[in-house]
Design a protein around this ligand. Sequence first.
Ligand code: SF4
Ligand code: SF4
Length: 370
Amino acid sequence: MAGPAGAIALTEAFETLPLLYARWIGELLGAGIPRERKATCGTCAMCRPADAAPHTEDHYFEPSAKCCTYLPRLPNFLAGGVLADPAAGPGQASVLSRIETRAGVTPLGLSIPARYSVLYNAGDDLFGRARGLICPHFVAETADCGVWRHRNSVCATWFCKHERGRLGLRFWRGALQPLLETLEAALAKWCVLELDLDVAALEALADSAAWDGGEGRLTAAEIDGAPDPKAYARLWGRWLGREAECFERCAELVAGLSWPEVLAIGGPNARARAMLTAEAFRRLVDPATPERLRPAPVQVARAGAGHVRLVSYSAYDPLEAPAVTLALLPAFDGRPTAEVIAEVEAATGLSVEPEFVRKLGDFGVLTPEE
Ligand code: SF4
Ligand code: SF4
């Protein structure tokens, strides 16, 4: 997981997608994606405000890391996009430095070295906090992303908070991220075939963990600094020593593709993911309150002063609600929502706005009756 470190002051989320993805997804959806305004990256919504009283149950990120305690895979065409982009100054240096390490560097792109994965998965509560895990593309001086216009599917779709709660999560991370990841994997392989890698190199690559999107086992050579030079040379074949040029060539190839061509290269997996993304988008922008709702599991994180903080679909995105909400939830027992609202209003004298009920559904405090 990772989050964009600078999604600020843009009108629609297409504009916050990486350049290639904005074009493709614009064509797929045919309408702008509503912005995730609660993920205020410039002043990170997950960092403790200076004047905030400490609460032990609050979960804050480290301001000098934010959600970029993560190392993204960069498929060959995105790595090449950074290298060819004159606006990506600090990003270019960070990509070149990843190439120089040779760890996780193959003609498919920059994968996650096993050494990093071991550390990343070694503890609880590291994400957003451990400075030792900060992404090499994170620019410390400006606290934002050096490869913003070419970041990968995970970084492009990760938000700590969503305007429409669980519906947003289901669109971004449940639908769009797998679609983009499917395309990244397919296009990276397509580029390798177009580049005419020699057969021995193709054989070594197809046998490697990177071919199936994995990281492989940690080796002694990697712990001690770099992968085995012979194995590395076998993977690169005639492109050995010209890794950056290879990635730039991949970027050129992919930039020339239309959306239908991209989808065709992605095959049935991508087509299925595209259909699911379109459906998740339809739900994301549907303003209707679900016709029937039931209570869902929810945790009361804090109560007081007439308000409760409810944690439902994500610990990063609690819902603040009037304290009376808890008492109203059992009334939603699967009967028509309009009937339940009328009954509650008659019994309590309260005015229950359908928009508020919709929000309880969006955040998974109530769940639609299937
Ligand atoms: S944690 Fe949220 S607000 Fe902070 S940089 Fe990441 S997505 Fe943006
Ligand atoms: S690529 Fe950019 S958005 Fe992704 S983790 Fe690195 S700095 Fe953050």
